[in-house]
Structure formats: C-alpha cells, structure tokens
Design a binder for this molecule. Sequence first.
Ligand SMILES: Nc1ncnc2c1ncn2[C@@H]1O[C@H](COP(=O)(O)OP(=O)(O)OP(=O)(O)O)[C@@H](O)[C@H]1O
Ligand SMILES: [Mg+2]
Length: 467
Amino acid sequence: MSEAVTRSAHSVSTSPGLLASLDPLLREWLPRQRWFAGKGRPVTGFSLVAATELLPWNAKLGFLHLLVRAHQPLVPTQGAAAHPSDCYQLLIGVRETLPPRLAPALIGHPEEGPLAGRTVYEALHDPRPADVLLEALRARARVGELRFERDMRQEIRDDLVPRMVTAEQSNSSIVYGDTFILKLLRRVLPGTNPDLELPLALSREGCPRVPAPAGWMLADLAGDTYVLGVLQPFVQGATDGWDLVLRGLAKGEDFSGEARALGRATAEVHTALARALPTVTLGRGQMELLADGMIERLEAAVQAVPALRPYAPGLRSSFEALGELAAEGQTWTAQRIHGDLHLGQCLRSPAGDWSLIDFEGEPSKPLAERRMPQPAARDVAGMLRSFDYAAHSHPSVVPGWADACRAAYCSGYAEVSGRDPRTDPVLLRAYETDKAIYEVVYEARHRPDWLPVPMAAVRRLALSEGP
Ligand SMILES: Nc1ncnc2c1ncn2[C@@H]1O[C@H](COP(=O)(O)OP(=O)(O)OP(=O)(O)O)[C@@H](O)[C@H]1O
Ligand SMILES: [Mg+2]
C-alpha cells in the first residue's frame, strides 16, 4: 500500500477548478461539522492552501487531502477570539456512488469542475482511505507537501482494522484495531503544536502517564510546518474520568482513592515536563501581568453576565492578593503544563492506570500563548473545578464528596511532586477563580442550565480566603 501512496504522490494544488468543484458543497457541509470553529458567521469563500492526492481522484475510489482556508467576515462582538480565516484539514473521498454504509459521510455531488458527476464524502468513515493514512505513517511516506513520521521503536502492524470514532469531539479520530488512535487535527496552524510536542517530550522522559506518539503527520508549506495528526497507542477498555465519576456517583461510591491516583498522575506528568522542557521564574512584573489579565477577564465577564456583579469585589480580591504577594517579592516557577486539564482528559485503564490525553491546550488561543510556561497550579485548579462540576451534576451527591476528592487529589499530587498545591493558597485560589469566571461566561452563553454550578463556586470563592 505504501507503493500506492508513493505512486500517486503528487500535489494537485494546480488542478484547475478543484476547489470550484467543491466550493458550493463545502459552504453547506463545513459549518455543520462539530469541529468547525467559526460557528455563527457565514462562510464567504474558500482558498486552497494545499491539495494532495492520496489515491488518484479519478480512480474508482479517490482520496484527496486538502488544507482549505475558510473565509468568514469578522463580527465585532466576537472580538479577538474570532479569526477572519481558519485553515481546516479535510479528508475527501471520491466515488461514483456511496454504498449505504457510507451514507452518513456524504458531502455532496459536485456539479462542475474535475469532480463533476462523482460523489464526495468524508473519507475517514471509509476503511480504505483510513488504511492509506496508517500505511503512510508506517512507511514514513512523503506525499506532496505531506510528511508522515513515526517512532521506529513502536511496531505498527499492517493488519489493523480502522473505525472512525463517532463521539462528539473537536477534532476527528480513527481507532486502528483497538491498538492505535490517530487524532486528525481539524483547525490547523503553522508552528509547533503542543498536542504533539508535549507527548513526544514526555515519551523522551519515559513518563508512562501519556500514550507515547507512534507516528505523526505534518505538512511543510512555505517554510512553515503544520501538525496535522498524531498516532498514539489506544488505551483499550479505558473510561474517562468524567464518565467514571458519574458512574460512581450513581452508585454512591467514594472517588477519593481515584482522585488521589489522578493527583499522582498529574504530578508525574508535571515533573517530567519540568525536566524535559524549559522552566522560568516568574517575578513581580510577570505575576502582576498575570493578575491584571485575570482582573480584565473578570471585568469583561461582569459586563457579559450581570449576575456576577455582587461578587466582583470578592473575586477581584483573589487576583489582587496574587499581585500583592508578587509586589512583596515572592516568585513562582513556571513550566509547560497540560493547559486544559479536567476529568474528561484523563483515561483510566481497566488495570487502574491513569493516562492524560489531549495536550492541545485551549484551541481558541494562539499557539505561542498555549506554549508559554505557566505555574503548574493552573492545571491543578482545572481539576479542582472539574470535581466541583461532577458533584453538581448528580442529584443526590453525598455532602463533602467534592471536598474529599479535591483534598485527595492535592495529597496525591504532593506525594509525587513533594509540593502540596494547597501550600500556595493564593495562587490556587486565583486560578480557580479565573476558571470559574470563564465557566460562568461559557455556561451563560451556551448551557444556561449549568450556570448554577460555576455560580455556586463564584459565591464560595468570592467569600473565602483560600481555595
Ligand atoms: N490513547 C487513547 N486511548 C483510548 N482512547 C482515547 C485515546 N486518546 C483519545 N481517546 C478517546 O478519544 C476522545 C477524544 O480525544 P481527544 O480529547 O484527544 O480529542 P479532541 O478532539 O481534542 O476532543 P475534545 O473535543 O474533547 O477536546 C477522548 O475523550 C477519548 O475517549
Ligand atoms: Mg481537545
């Protein structure tokens, strides 16, 4: 199969009319995809960044790899979070007609250009194109501007049966024979992506808490490298932390043993990241900037959600306390962190081992910001908030359940790292407050039923002295 990939190895970016052929279909299809980042703004046009034939488009089964920029007008109220044009990775299958099992993958029937009269569809649902990707990784293929790489120490068998993951996610994944999972990033950016960078660094450190990348897929375009996908060992039979907690709560089970194990796993990852990648000391200037950023976000949140107004002075005091400590000369260590840690990013194997996944950070933020060293307390605060969410998502949770989890998590963290996050209550409270404020704005906008959860945390944090 690698031969097939290499034989057809050419870029088709010059193929006249290819994008014109797809344009009307993509305008309909793209905004409906879960992973489309520009929801709420019309797509006014596309430009082709790269097009690569992975199987010839005019063959019985064609497979095109496209990087396409979707142009969208900026809406002033969306501010800096909105991008005028995002680049998406599209994997397009081309057939005469679709077999019924592929009906849900249909993109449409082009009416003009080279693809006129054929059927185009989301190729990842189809085993043959999915095989082509794994084969290209196995073979370390170069196809047009696409570069497939692998870690030769990991065996990738050639008989793994692919299936696309159908659960909602902001990227797309294919599981191969319950052995590997290939995550294909959808909105792609030039530069080093932490979703590959951090697992590779952890793998070099021998940290067993993160599945070590077995392969990765890149595009080299005009001097920039884009990370397109990462292949990692699949944790068979795993349950994510959120589902595990909900199941446990339904049975009235205590979770503090698992919370402690999660604290240990987080500390293992942090310790390995601090060894693998640069750390910096944050002094007065940087910490004041950090606190000012939190205060700015609070002010914007109060504008957006007036229910926050009565709590604003108490919340603000969390951030001011951090600025005051910095002014007194306290310093903090910053290192690379997960950046978006919560129970849903933790997988527990049937043997009871925890892994952390999804190191892309906050996808709406620029890569440079996501890759900046930060105090590890930020990840810890994310997990503490996650326990609080879990507790509120169940109607009859035992009183003190979340507090027990939060304490056990911090104790586990301290056992491995030698540093209990609770010994720096000002920093932890500031990060937890910042996160809870973010959640209030998010829930008010997207899931008003959930708004009482972060509002309860806001009330607690506004009144308390510690986390
Ligand atoms: N190594 C793995 N082993 C088993 N399952 C995995 C593995 N990696 C990811 N998964 C499953 O795939 C899901 C999506 O993975 P991931 O979070 O990396 O993708 P994402 O597109 O960034 O998702 P999200 O939209 O939640 O941020 C996970 O919630 C988990 O269920
Ligand atoms: Mg993600």
